[in-house]
Design a binder for this molecule. Structure first.
Ligand code: SF4
Ligand code: SF4
Ligand code: FES
Length: 490
């Protein structure tokens, strides 16, 4: 393993490590634009120039491999002057867009200019090369060619990660610009990562543009519930409004996020969000809706059933198990959600579109219950007069439930999720509003953490289940989500 010295500190790294990566391990940040740890090395922006003893010129740290006895200096006068020159060069044709640019506050050009340059431009404003602005490319992105510094991260992302190669650099010299290849559309399912990795404001998200300045955003680490991969995300929000999801890169699951997962936050404030109960298609205040649901459960006692859900947390499934065991007092319940799982597209998206099939199976292991096959058979044969379920799980069995004619009481966050024939629906707090434990397809247990608060009166599902049980005369003794899991072992 070669040993080298960076800014007077010795370090030993594996053969093949670049100077930039070795410096990073010592906590020395070498400025960079084109370098990205998950993309091939392009070495085109020259922002990472460093001095290497015995080398006649400055070298690019991102593309220079370490060698035994190398002596590297990252902040000599020569390096500092080179950084200033590179920035001046990159800014020559850059528009003065900062006040209206969405990237302001998280822009590589702004940040490095403040840190390494602050020089006045010697280039006349009227001589700047003008390029196309505000080009809508694909369902999620807008491209401003004038702001591009031609680092080619976007081109390499499409060539190397999604392997769809929609983008290329056209023309030469200061006429160069990023463009779509002829006949291609930019809709590969992962396009919003391009806005994340573009170091400037050339690619921006159509969804997020002009919604909020980034310095107002608060950040909550949580996870995506769009499928069984369970990618780690950061939810960005302000004043109880969610604005966007960005990846929290980690070694186990994800560097990136898929476009579908990114948009899952929108259901929280969608027009069909439920904050009241629904009975026979009409909205009803929460307490009367709970009373109605409890009355129907009491009527169906002996022929009522409870269906868990792979879209619910372990705790909320446990609460449903307690409802079945202690309040409805029925053996007719199931948490048997086996699904084919695994990465479907070679990148992130999972064959299992539900986030917690594995968590539901854990509840099955603790609570028992019917196999899914038996539950479905009994439902179709009309053995259940009433079924309590989570809306999307009920939709999985819609044919059987319809054939058996059971009355359906569902928990739902959005009206659009209600299956046909729902008798009553009760709202609950989404997992952007209440915490919960999920188990992804690899068996990793992860926590969803609340970033915003639920609409007035809307409670987490375990609490709604406790209220429903109380209305039908049973206390489930649920003071917290954790009580539901503990209750299973009582
Ligand atoms: S659009 Fe952004 S990511 Fe693509 S080359 Fe230009 S600066 Fe780099
Ligand atoms: S792959 Fe799945 S978990 Fe990851 S962002 Fe997409 S929907 Fe979410
Ligand atoms: S980061 Fe090294 S040349 Fe761009």
């Amino acid at each position: 393993m070669p040993k080298l010295t960076i800014d007077g500190r010795e370090i030993e790294v594996e053969k093949g490590t670049t100077v930039l990566e070795a410096a990073q391990r010592l906590g020395v940040h070498v400025p960079r634009y084109c370098y990205h740890p998950k993309l091939s090395i392009a070495g085109n922006c020259r922002m990472c120039l460093v001095e290497v003893e015995k080398a006649p010129k400055l070298l690019t740290a991102c593309s220079t491999e370490v060698s035994e006895g190398m002596v590297v200096r990252t902040s000599t006068d020569k390096v500092k002057a080179a950084r200033r020159d590179v920035l001046e060069y990159l800014l020559i044709n850059h528009p003065l867009d900062c006040p209206i640019c969405d990237q302001a506050g998280e822009c590589g050009l702004q940040d490095y200019y403040m840190e390494h340059s602050r020089a006045k431009s010697r280039f006349p404003q009227e001589a700047k090369v003008r390029r196309q602005k505000r080009r809508v490319l694909g369902p999620h992105l807008v491209l401003d060619n004038e702001r591009c510094i031609l680092c080619t991260r976007c081109v390499r992302f499409c060539a190397e990660v999604t392997k769809t190669a929609e983008l290329e650099v056209m023309e030469r010299g200061d006429h160069s610009f990023i463009d779509l290849k002829e006949g291609k559309a930019l809709d590969n399912g992962y396009t919003l990562n391009i806005a994340d990795i573009c170091p400037v404001g050339a690619w921006t998200s159509r969804d997020f543009r002009f919604k909020s300045r980034v310095w107002f955003l608060k950040r909550t680490p949580t996870l995506c519930l769009g499928c069984a991969t369970g990618c780690l995300v950061e939810a960005h929000h302000n004043d109880n409004v969610l604005y966007r999801l960005v990846p929290r890169p980690n070694a186990e699951t994800n560097t990136w996020l898929c476009d579908k997962g990114r948009m899952t936050y929108k259901a929280v404030s969608a027009g069909d969000r439920l904050s009241k109960g629904v009975v026979k298609n009409g909205l009803m205040e929460l307490e009367p809706a709970l009373r109605e649901a409890a009355t129907r459960i009491d009527e169906a006692r002996g022929a009522a059933a409870v269906l868990g859900s792979p879209w619910l947390s372990v705790e909320d499934n446990a609460a449903l198990a307690l409802l079945a065991r202690d309040a409805v007092k029925t053996p007719n319940f199931t948490f048997d959600f086996r699904a084919e799982a695994g990465i479907r597209d070679g990148i992130l998206y999972n064959k299992d579109q539900a986030p917690n099939s594995a968590g539901a199976l854990k509840v099955k292991a603790a609570a028992g219950g019917l196999s899914m096959q038996d539950f479905a058979r009994k439902a179709a044969a009309g053995e259940f007069k009433l079924v309590v379920a989570e809306a999307r799980a009920a939709s999985l069995l819609k044919e059987e439930l319809k054939a058996g004619g059971a009355r359906l009481i569902v928990f739902a966050t959005n009206r659009g999720d209600l299956p046909d024939g729902t008798h009553a629906a009760l709202p609950y707090a989404s997992y952007f509003e209440a915490p919960g434990t999920f188990v992804n397809f690899q068996g990793l247990e992860r926590r969803a953490e609340p970033a915003v608060t639920a609409p007035d009166g809307v409670k987490p599902l375990w609490e709604m289940v406790g209220k429903l049980a109380a209305y039908s005369g049973t206390s489930l003794r649920l003071e917290s989500a954790g009580d539901a899991v503990k209750g299973l072992n009582r």
